[in-house]
Design a protein around this ligand. Structure first.
Ligand code: M6R
Length: 355
């Protein structure tokens, strides 16, 4: 049932304040200002690294998480695409905690990578949206992102749920390792609990995003840029755009364009920039100036008043979720302009059960 919405994708984008509030309730005790006991039986104190494995959008959620885990828990992280991890024969110490991330819990590449690690690592965790799925059953512990059924082929509410779930795992890892002061925990939790509200406020700005989509929809190519966590965000935004609007979209760390891809920037090429809530923006600004000088149609997205699309004032975590909503709605409205099949894009299946 799509409710009042014309597509499942739109319905699922709009459901995020609710799905994220539900997940937050399972992860955090706001009254006590603490993390709930997630992943019982998993102890990050003796782990020597975390290995994150997934495909597609879930892989981009893992890339986001790698920044958080390294920064908050000070634990080395490896992120790999499941179909690659499976065949690359990485050296193992046996002290790794492996986290497989999958909305459906049925993705064949992710499942077979997880199975191949049985008995060779300290623990295998599944972050899934289907607690009875094959990946959940294979793992030693699960974190259910509680997003509810996701029908649209483009993953939206599952992506935000994965990001939130993985941030909670970063906090648990930091706590297990004694790396988290009460002040720092309080600061991150305040940012995290603001997410459903920030997402709801961002959704209220859908008219501006629709206007922007009309401007960008005639493009043949698009570029998405970001630094830090906004680089995985840019990768996810480009995937959403490709998947449902069939526009060629690429994403780069903002500092990387000048090493080659800037040759592709032409007059009017859209370059969408996700800004950070920190001092990285100064560097990004010089990268933006470089593409603007080549005639790019630059669109800056972020909480600063100087942006072309201003997102709600938020901390670094809240701002990232706002960017996710903008990316989702932008690709949705561009696809509507182009008249593509939003919920069932060509050549794609919701769950990829072949390797
Ligand atoms: O069910 P999974 O999360 O394991 O699926 C992984 C990818 O197939 C999936 O995220 C895909 O990239 C989406 N269609 C992206 O929107």
């Amino acid at each position: 049932d799509k409710g009042p919405w014309p597509h499942f994708m739109r319905k699922e984008i709009e459901e995020q304040p609710e799905s994220l509030a539900r997940l937050l309730g399972a992860l955090v005790d706001p009254a006590a200002g603490s993390l709930k006991p997630i992943l019982p039986g998993i102890d990050f104190a003796s782990a020597d690294r975390i290995v994150l494995i997934a495909c597609g959008t879930a892989h981009y959620a893992c890339l986001l998480a790698s920044y958080w885990i390294e920064e908050i828990a000070r634990l080395p992280v490896e992120v790999d695409i499941a179909s690659e991890y499976r065949y690359r024969n990485r050296p193992l110490t046996g002290r790794e905690i492996v986290i497989a991330v999958s909305q459906s819990g049925e993705t064949a590449d992710t499942l077979s990578a997880l199975k191949a690690l049985a008995g060779r690592v300290a623990a295998r965790v599944a972050v899934v949206n289907v607690a009875t799925s094959s990946i959940a059953r294979e793992a030693d512990a699960i974190l259910d992102i509680l997003a509810g059924p996701e029908i649209g082929v483009a993953s939206t509410k599952a992506y935000s749920g994965q990001a939130m779930g993985l941030l909670a795992i970063a906090l648990k890892a930091a706590r297990d390792r004694g790396m988290l002061s009460d002040d720092r925990l309080g600061e991150i939790l305040a940012d995290l609990v603001s997410v459903p509200r920030i997402v709801a406020e961002t959704l209220c700005g859908s008219d501006d995003i629709e206007r922007l989509a009309r401007r960008l929809s005639p493009a043949r190519d698009m570029f998405f840029l970001g630094r830090g966590v906004n680089h995985p965000m840019a990768l996810e935004a480009a995937l959403k755009m490709k998947e449902i609007s069939y526009i060629h979209a690429e994403a780069y760390p903002a500092g990387e364009l000048k090493h080659g891809p800037i040759a592709l920037i032409d007059t009017g090429t859209p370059v969408v920039v996700f800004e950070n809530v920190d001092d990285l923006n100064e560097k990004t600004a010089s990268n933006v100036a470089e593409v603007a000088a080549r005639g790019a149609d630059v669109v800056r997205i972020g909480p600063s008043g100087a942006c072309d699309l201003v997102t709600p004032a938020a901390g670094p975590v809240g701002s990232l979720f706002a960017n996710a909503v903008v990316a989702q709605l932008l690709s949705y409205f561009v696809a509507l302009e182009k008249g593509t099949d939003v919920d069932q894009p060509r050549n794609l299946a919701k769950s990829v059960t072949v390797e």
